[in-house]
Design a protein around this ligand. Sequence first.
Ligand code: ADP
Ligand code: MG
Length: 230
Amino acid sequence: MIELRNVSKTVASGTEPLTIVQPLDLSVAAGEYLSVVGPSGSGKSTLLGLIAGLDVPTTGEILIDGEAITALDEDALARLRGRKIGFIFQFFHLVPSLTAFENVLVPLEIAGAPDARDRVTALLSDVGLESRGHHYPSQLSGGEQQRVAIARALANDPPILLADEPTGNLDSANGSHIVELLQSVNTARRTTIVLVTHDAELASTADIMLRMRDGQAERVTLEPEREVPV
Ligand code: ADP
Ligand code: MG
């Protein structure tokens, strides 16, 4: 479970402090799927980075399964992240000197997974890249790198998956494939998902939807699925 209490982020910007995430209370239950939409610059990536503990809030606290990550030191935070959080970065952050296969292998080796290499093969196949494992990031298109990054984020079956515009670099066919993959991970493994996207239609498939504007998050009421008569 993810809980934010009065979380905000203010940065120094020129001479004036600039609040890029306004104070926010939010709770995402285990297995829930939250989407975050909003225009570019509205604070979506900042919010996701705060939840992942990659960034420190100016006010408030963030709890992951009841543990205040804002109180943890770097090592403890890195361990918690390794156990609980898969992060899909907007711009992939693959290691350029490692192949696609090795990029996905790294988190499995760190976690000491026994069947790491088989798991990499299965993950690359899940994202449709079974034949591209030996390629380096520079030999892959943006969309392919994004899919490697997704396989890496899913490697250790994290209970929480944070995704920053994971379909932003994909064509529509690959985009829908990844959306289905994320949805199946959410339903099959009850993975908690926070998905940042500027695709309102995609966002509306979530359980909860936040819309951000100038750092202010507002909850959007989603229409309940219409009941189908039997
Ligand atoms: P989004 O992901 O919605 O496009 P971001 O969270 O990346 O938005 O950024 C929100 C705003 O905060 C942007 O205007 C961005 O330029 C600004 N910003 C982000 N990080 C910093 C920083 N470290 N210092 C100053 N401004 C920042
Ligand atoms: Mg962003």
